[in-house]
Ligand binder design. Sequence first.
Ligand code: HEC
Length: 207
Amino acid sequence: MRAHLRTILATIGVGAGAAFVAAAMAIYAGAYNVAADDTHWGLTLSVLETARTRSIQVRAAGIKVPTDLDDPAKLAMGVEHFAAHCAVCHGAPGVPRGEIAKGMYPAPPDLAHAASRYSDAELFWILKHGIKMTGMPSWADHGDDELWATVAFLKKSGMSATAYGELVKDNLMHGMQHHPRGEAMPGMSHGEAVPPAADAPHRPNPR
Ligand code: HEC
């Protein structure tokens, strides 16, 4: 009986070793195509999907969500941050994705329904840390306040293009300072910012 078990384990060991050597040889031979215009195999995709989902869920589990995400000032700050840094890849209500996003793989998804896929803490974790090997950057240097404000915006999944455009315009008139509406930067009075032309398109500030 024991000898039998040993034979089975040895066979598994040799099989796994052979598979590892074959995979290493295939990789070294350049068989794996890293081109962004070549899609993943179904198996690769499902492994990556699962790794991403679980990695985010586990790491976001301990994050405490602030209680003021419904504050309109937070929303205004989040819209501004989103228009300046995110819409170029993800698009926004009434704003198509920018040129850079078209050739990316994976393509940056439309975030209109991101809040139904992720909890607030998970969204915050994604924004703060980014996602490896996808092009989704880490925004850790922007500070937690701005990132929570952006989460507040992502939760408004049904925002109309008009409402979004109004908030962006409002922010432009206050100097695009990542500050909640009505709260000026130190040393700057409200009157100083130049209002945009009435027909200015509602597109994100390229910074
Ligand atoms: C350079 C392009 C780029 C920029 C700029 C960018 N992202 Fe992303 N983002 C991506 C890509 C690509 C993915 C897809 C990652 C994946 O498939 O795992 C992604 C994924 C996400 C996701 C997860 C969506 C989902 O359905 O799984 C969220 C949320 C997100 N981004 C929010 C933001 C926010 C907020 C900003 C601005 C602060 C931002 N992104 C800026 C490229 C970008």
